[in-house]
Design a binder for this molecule. Structure first.
Ligand code: SAM
Length: 213
């Protein structure tokens, strides 16, 4: 299988390390003003609770506010991120949660042990050819019937497009293309959401809820 270029991971980690305080200030209270985003995260949490299987990883967790929201929704959650600086912020903000520095392409969990995975805007910086590698790792780590929630920038009818994200290059994905890759990786799509950009946002947002076959 294709392997991930670690220089790209270093670039991403360094970019987030360099702007960590500003990034945290920008996003940490974001869910409070985004009821549609909260609703899909809450739907995911409901599905995980229904299945009742194993802890939930917030992968590419940044400062950990999605992990904290999932904790408030009754889930046993931990966070992983490449950026040491963001993980320090997460630990300071939510000392009751477990956060570790690492890559979501190589999770320190046994096969089939997680009840859920959230990757909230964390595959956006991946080279498109690397995304199947992440999906394969999520599939390995999830228990059968476990749930996956992907949050990403959606391309709004255009082809897969790189753009100048404020931190480091990111991609806007056609929702059908990402759903197709997830299907190829062994996930069944349960639902999706497209959220239109707010006044201060540039792009449409996509969310996919998937279940490991
Ligand atoms: C746009 S930020 C999103 C952070 C957080 N989920 C949020 O919504 O604020 C992307 C995050 O994904 C992390 N990330 C990107 N690739 C990663 C990888 N391979 N493993 C772990 N974290 C990764 C970055 O370090 C960064 O914190």
């Amino acid at each position: 299988m294709h392997t991930i270029d670690t220089s790209q991971l270093n670039t991403t980690a360094q970019a987030y390390d360099a702007i960590a305080p500003q990034y945290v200030a920008l996003v940490r209270d974001g869910l409070a003003r985004l009821p549609l985003d909260r609703s899909i995260i809450e739907a995911f949490a409901g599905l995980v609770r229904q299945t009742g299987a194993g802890p939930v990883g917030d992968l590419g967790c940044g400062p950990g506010y999605v992990a904290a929201h999932l904790r408030d929704l009754g889930l046993d959650v931990f966070g992983v991120d490449l950026s040491e600086a963001l993980i320090e912020h997460a630990r300071a903000l939510y000392p009751d949660l477990r956060f570790s520095v690492g890559s979501m392409a190589a999770l320190d969990v046994a096969d089939g042990t997680l009840g859920g995975i959230v990757a909230w805007y964390s595959i956006i910086h991946a080279a498109p050819a690397d995304v199947p590698v992440y999906l394969a790792e999520f599939h390995r780590a999830l228990a059968p019937g476990g749930h996956l929630l992907l949050g990403f920038f959606e391309s709004g009818g255009e082809p897969l497009t790189p753009f100048d994200h404020a931190v480091t290059t990111a991609h806007r994905w056609p929702v059908d293309q990402l759903a197709g890759l997830a299907k190829d990786a062994g996930f069944q799509e349960l639902g999706r959401m497209l959220r239109q950009p707010l006044e201060n946002e540039r792009f449409q947002h996509g969310r996919l809820i998937l279940r490991r076959e």
